[in-house]
Ligand binder design. Structure first.
Ligand SMILES: [Zn+2]
Ligand SMILES: [Zn+2]
Ligand SMILES: [Zn+2]
Length: 279
């Protein structure tokens, strides 16, 4: 199983789209260098995605995958950096030749609402029939093609059931923990009860070295370390599990080298756009 971190920035990206702070100005000046962080998206092998940000089109040619081959998209929540639905009207009609299979999108009812709203104006019937929207809920398990998926709740927003996913193929598991401010004991217990054994865990690290005290919409390194302990106590991870920090905000000035050094102190890995891990 190959996991590619296509985008590792928070909603505003890095450099933040409309920001003139010292950090963003410096990153902007460097141009398309390794310091750019696009909006969060993860590719699993070459046929499944977690989230669909506005940068998905760019990710496909920057990191060499074909969106036409994607059969499953697991959407965490409806925020614009995680679900940009307008592009789905291009999945067929005169916009896409060569024959397309059905693309399955999984998400909560709010994500379905955004999908309907954003595609209403331009959706063609022949495109609609190649897109299957599946509403999923926290504390559920389902199969998506060759993947076994476990869904747990995020703690991110009061207006919808934001979701976190564990995706497993051939006994190798990837646990995706963002966006969230905490992972509840119940959620960890549900993972354990359903046999989740993660080889890689990706954590919300929006705040960099600072803490969100597990009560915010996001996390920072101190919060990540608490969640990591809980996962270990429940047997969801072991000593071979790799731990990845991602979804960095411009407010924590996440220079690639600084984040790598910070993560290394705790035996963690700081993600960057295009980073691959094979498990
Ligand atoms: Zn986000
Ligand atoms: Zn900035
Ligand atoms: Zn969000």
């Amino acid at each position: 199983m190959e996991i590619t971190f296509l985008g590792t920035g928070a909603a505003e990206g890095i450099p933040a789209e409309f920001c003139k702070c010292e950090f963003c100005s410096a990153v902007r000046k460097l141009g398309i260098s390794g310091e750019v962080r696009t909006r969060a998206q993860v590719l699993i092998n070459s046929n499944a995605l977690i989230d669909f940000p506005p940068d998905s089109f760019y990710h496909s040619f920057a990191f060499g995958f074909s969106p036409a081959d994607i059969g499953h998209i697991f959407v965490t929540h409806s925020h614009m950096d995680h679900f940009y639905a307008h592009d789905f009207i291009l999945h067929g009609y005169k916009y896409a030749g060569g024959g397309l299979g059905v693309m399955n999108i999984y998400g909560n009812s709010e994500v379905k609402g955004v999908f309907d709203e954003c595609t209403a104006r331009e959706m063609k019937p022949e495109v609609a029939e190649k897109l299957a929207f599946n509403i999923v809920s926290p504390y559920s398990c389902f199969n998506a093609g060759e993947y076994r998926v476990i869904v747990i709740p995020a703690e991110h927003t009061a207006t919808e059931d934001s979701l976190l996913y564990y995706v497993e193929q051939e006994n190798k598991g990837y646990l995706h923990l963002h966006d969230t401010g905490n992972v509840s004991d119940d959620a960890v217990a549900y993972l354990a009860k359903n046999g989740a054994r993660a080889s890689v865990v990706a954590y919300d690290c929006t705040f960099g070295a600072k803490s969100g005290n597990l009560t915010s919409r996001h996390m920072g390194l101190p919060d990540v370390l608490v969640i990591k302990e809980k996962l270990a106590a429940a047997g969801v991870i072991d000593n071979d599990t790799r731990h990845v920090l991602t979804h960095f905000s411009h407010n924590c000035r996440p220079w690639r080298r600084d984040m790598a050094e910070l993560a290394e102190q705790y035996g963690l890995i700081a993600a960057y756009d295009g980073m691959k891990i094979t498990i």
